[in-house]
Design a protein around this ligand. Structure first.
Ligand code: ADP
Ligand code: MG
Length: 711
């Protein structure tokens, strides 16, 4: 398909169709796709700066315990260990789970979570909710707060894990309705959704609160002791094996709050091991507001910085937190603490690492590395879809109450909520970077130097024009209007444009010297127009994709020259007639050159716009052509290239070399032929269309020998 488009002569279209969807040249692979093609071995070594989570969390843990206000002195260790004080009284009553609950239990146990370990997170977050409710209740009554804690206890001999909180607890009715039926609001919707869906798989269930039932993924029996916080409330014992019924009985010795005892299935006994449980709690529940103890030892010591007032957070806290969350040893160079309540509830912190990303980081095809929390409880360490892919260099946390805790990975990807979150965050982050540029342009320029590849990728892989332009504001270039080394943006360029001007011009070249001495720039200079100089190999592709900025067309000067030909009559040639070949001489020379170059060019013409260069090659859509040749490696010989590119050779009839050629063609055919070939070859090199000049060394030597013959 690319080849047929090429035959139709439109390289740009060919480039686009070759690479997939119309709007995405690199077809969703991002720039890294190109990098792997351009750079033979971009990642020979994996960076050593990322440490394993477990080592890091223990480091951070130690430092925190000595630095935070709630440090050791206030915590006599070991803390009250869970003990068996409960006794079931009288006869237990048998209850059937609601029919829907049974179905739910089945589904939960089979398909809700990819990892079983999350049941611990669910039960801890229930404990935390219960404590939150109690705190709210007591505070609104003006009563004093009792001990507010969550305790975990592992018993490898019995094969149990116990989780106890000192929260609101449940009355008999609440035990029946909360743990036996699904009558809560979200569950109603769940049932309806379930009825509309023939395949009752995990697809929809994840959207609803089924946290408690996740215990049955690992338990063959669950015992719940609970006592409502009201003084004088009796204690109860709730028991079930998760099949179809549960039993309920009054119990004595129950502490106010709730205690859940999980009798682990044979293949889940790992959760009776203290180390395993600590690992899970550290992973998911490190930021829970209430103290969590495992076998009497406090394990969650980190503060959820993202929930705090940004003004109250010191730099060292950010550094500590960054190291924990990014598993890195460096510091953040930028920190954005962003909170919003509308349109979505968002509590977030983003960091840009101080360390320059390696090629390995750039080429990683994974999504974002930001962790997703819902009310301080971890949902995913690397929430790949929470940010657009190009922002994957960020580290940090996003916490949103609007995201249901029980979302499964698959659901997260599709959710409309997440798309919205992604948009809001992207917009906010772009604004943040623009603000940073205003505050400290030098620091921003360094950021752009280190992370510019991601920004370019963002433009190439984004579909919506307005978003592309938004990201485009982050680009930086040198400009013909500014001294070397000074950076400018598309917005600045726009603002310098004279009223009525509709184009932004750019020229891609390896460096400033080559840009300023390029024949294309020379041709443009006479127009007195500012030209952006693009030195990075992906600038061209990026700007081709961006196409427009602020209602102005982005135009490569190489393309402009071609398009501008139509207006060439208007172009004033200031040179004297005696300084250049006459019309007749030019005609003769063009005819001879046409013959000599044959199929290597489609057209040859005279241009009045060159000054120091004897000739230049022009091709419609030069940038696309160059990119296409490079990535496809199709055309090896000049003739093959010419067929693809349909180049025009434009000559400067005032240049000594061209004037000399006009004479030589009649006096020394051999030398004239060599000269012609070299002028053509030089023009191809200047156009960036010949990457390998080695084959012409033979000719150059011949040419030099001839030139020196007479000396
Ligand atoms: P969710 O937490 O999303 O409401 P769960 O299945 O986790 O759903 O819990 C169901 C209900 O059971 C909770 O809403 C709460 O009313 C009650 N519950 C569960 N665990 C506790 C607890 N430890 N203390 C008090 N109530 C609890
Ligand atoms: Mg819950």
């Amino acid at each position: 398909m690319a080849a047929s488009a090429l035959l139709r002569g439109n390289l740009y279209r060919a480039l686009r169709s070759w690479s997939g969807s119309g709007a995405t040249v690199v077809s969703g692979r991002g720039l890294s796709g190109c990098i792997t093609r351009y750079q033979p071995s971009p990642w020979h070594s994996v960076p050593t700066s990322r440490k394993s989570l477990s080592t890091l969390s223990s480091i951070t843990y130690r430092r925190y315990t000595t630095q935070t206000a709630e440090s050791k002195e206030e915590e006599p260790a070991p803390h009250t260990i869970i003990s068996d004080t409960e006794n079931v009284q009288g006869v237990a009553s048998k209850h059937e789970f609601q029919a829907e609950t049974k179905k739910l239990l089945d589904i939960v146990a089979r398909s809700l979570y990819s990892e079983k370990e999350v049941f611990i997170r669910e039960l801890i977050s229930n404990g935390s909710d219960a404590l939150e409710k109690l705190r709210h209740k007591l505070l609104s009554q003006g009563s004093a707060l009792p001990e507010m804690e969550i305790h975990l206890h592992t018993d490898p001999e019995k094969g149990t894990l116990t989780i106890q909180d000192t929260g609101v607890g449940m009355t008999q009715e609440e035990l029946i309705s909360n743990l036996g039926t699904i009558a809560r609001s979200g569950s109603k919707a769940f049932l309806e959704a379930l009825q509309n869906q023939t395949d009752s798989s995990g697809k929809i269930i994840g959207q609803f609160g089924v946290g408690f039932y996740s215990a049955f993924m690992v338990a063959d029996k669950v015992v719940v002791y609970s006592q409502a916080s009201e003084p004088g409330s009796p204690g109860y014992c709730w028991t079930s094996d998760g099949s179809g019924v549960f039993e309920l009985a009054e119990a004595s010795g129950v502490r106010a709050g709730t205690k859940v005892i999980i009798h682990l299935k044979d293949d889940c006994k790992e959760f009776a091991s203290e180390d395993r449980v600590r690992e899970v709690v550290t992973k998911y529940s490190n930021f829970v507001s209430f103290p969590v103890y495992l076998n009497g030892k406090r394990i969650n010591t980190l503060q959820a910085l993202w929930m705090m007032d940004p003004k109250e957070i010191g730099d060292w806290q950010h550094e500590e937190f960054y190291r924990f969350i990014a598993q890195a040893y460096d510091k953040p160079r930028y920190t954005l603490h962003y909170k919003a309540d509308a349109p979505l509830n968002i509590r977030s912190i983003f960091y840009v690492p101080e360390m320059k990303p390696s090629m390995f980081d750039v080429s990683r095809e994974l999504g974002s590395s930001v962790a997703l929390y819902s009310r301080k409880v971890l949902i995913q360490t690397k929430a790949t879809d929470i940010l657009p892919k190009w922002l994957r260099f960020l580290r940090g946390v996003v916490d949103s109450e609007d995201i249901p805790l029980n979302l499964s990975r698959e659901l997260l990807q599709e959710s409309a909520l997440l798309r919205k979150l992604r948009d809001v965050l992207q917009r906010r982050l772009i604004k943040f970077f623009l603000d940073q540029n205003k505050k400290d342009p030098a620091k921003y320029n360094k950021f752009f130097e280190d992370y510019g590849l991601f920004i370019r990728e963002g433009i190439v892989t984004t579909q919506e024009q307005d978003v592309k332009e938004d990201i485009g504001k982050l680009l930086r270039f040198e400009s013909s209007a500014l001294p070397a080394g000074e950076q400018t943006s598309l917005s600045d360029y726009s603002s310098r444009l004279q009223a009525g001007s509709r184009n932004i011009y750019y020229l891609c070249a390896p460096n400033r010297h080559l840009a300023e001495h390029s024949p294309y720039y020379e041709a443009m200079k006479q127009k007195q127009t500012e030209v952006l100089f693009c030195y990075e190999q992906f600038d061209e592709l990026t700007l081709l994709h961006l196409r427009e900025f602020d209602k102005k067309k982005l135009i490569s000067v190489e393309t402009d020259i071609v398009v501008d030909h139509y207006k060439e009559d208007k172009f004033e040639d200031s040179r004297q007639a005696s300084d250049k070949l006459s019309e007749k001489e030019s005609e003769d020379l063009l005819a001879w050159m046409r013959n000599g170059l044959g199929s290597r060019v489609t057209n040859i013409k005279v241009t009045p716009r060159l000054d120091t260069h004897p000739a230049m090659i022009t091709v419609l859509e030069m940038g696309a052509a160059r990119h296409f040749l490079r990535t496809q490696q199709l055309a090896k010989t000049n003739e093959e290239r010419a067929q693809l590119l349909q180049p025009t050779l434009e000559i400067n009839t005032g240049h000594p070399l061209i004037k000399k050629l006009g004479q030589l063609k009649d006096t020394d055919q051999d030398l004239a032929k060599l000269l012609l070939d070299q002028i053509y070859e030089n023009a191809m090199i200047a156009a960036g269309l010949n990457d390998d000049p080695r084959p012409m060394v033979g000719r150059l030597n011949e040419l030099l020998t001839k030139a020196l013959e007479k000396h």
